[in-house]
Design a binder for this molecule. Sequence first.
Ligand SMILES: NC(=O)c1ccc[n+]([C@@H]2O[C@H](COP(=O)([O-])OP(=O)(O)OC[C@H]3O[C@@H](n4cnc5c(N)ncnc54)[C@H](O)[C@@H]3O)[C@@H](O)[C@H]2O)c1
Length: 329
Amino acid sequence: MNILVTGGAGYVGSHVVEELLKTGDHRVVILDNLQKGHRESLLGGEFIEGDLADTSLLYRIFAQHDIEAVVHMAADSLVGESVQHPDKYFHNNVTNGLNLLNAMVRHSARYIVFSSTAAVYGEPIATPITEEHPQAPTNPYGESKLFFERIMARYDHAYGLRHISLRYFNAAGASPSGKIGEDHRPETHLIPIILEVALGQREHVTICGTDYDTPDGTCVRDYIHVADLAAAHLLALEALAEGAASSVYNLGNGEGFSVREVIDMVEKVVGKPIAREEGERRPGDPAVLVASSQRIIQELGWRPKYHDLETIVETAWFWHKEHPQGFGS
Ligand SMILES: NC(=O)c1ccc[n+]([C@@H]2O[C@H](COP(=O)([O-])OP(=O)(O)OC[C@H]3O[C@@H](n4cnc5c(N)ncnc54)[C@H](O)[C@@H]3O)[C@@H](O)[C@H]2O)c1
């Protein structure tokens, strides 16, 4: 299949590209504006540096590469920034996404797999969270992703554009190949922040809130290995190609770890103490976010291979040790 991967030079995107190329069955075209992504993270495929806002570029890509399917990961995804600048989030995650859908319709591309998020659920009223859980995002980022899911449903109804939304929980870890890993700038994700402390690049990790209603008072999250996440995109594309109806799936491990447990695990893996400081809660952070991924397990046969936290941290540490300055190392 000829597949366009938007945001393919980003963290999850580069791992999806690696997974698609491993099959040897697909021609992969990557579109990324490199505002957050890294050219060095691409292990193959045809890279086009450009922006989803550029509609004529999009139309050219679809026409020249005969694109049949899209994996749409390009987005802005910082929750705090989205509260300060909702315009940026609705513009990039919704308006620019519409450019993509319109190009798909114009060029008869048939399937799209979309990076959605646990943030569409907002404050959970039941755990583990299933896909039927009410969707009530508490910030513009989650709202922009939910809008896009709904727009795709309308495009399916009107134009037959079939789609699978994958609602990721916390993506973590690095490719077991050791070639690519996580390099967000600024880094806001817990595991790479703790690893920066281990590498002497930060003095300490701040625990944001110690008075939550959880066993040790810190937030509990569901970490999913980025390679397992990438494998799910392939399954989703295959299902759509075989005629599956549009759907939405959670992607998590179904097991939660507190911030303290994650720091303890990093200490175990790197073999040295991690300095920690206790800080205030971040506004809008739910106490517990844990997924039920039963639907994708049952319907698409997804089987996570790297589900234990120790393996997730080990793969991340291996990459960070080898690339202390990220992709510029
Ligand atoms: N990392 C996570 O834990 C997580 C969790 C839930 C959902 N997601 C979603 O998964 C996707 C990938 O996340 P990530 O962590 O890899 O983020 P990332 O920032 O590393 O990757 C996003 C990529 O999209 C590119 N991009 C953004 N806007 C663009 C545009 N208008 N045109 C072209 N390229 C553009 C960026 O340069 C970047 O390379 C995002 O949609 C994000 O919202 C991520």
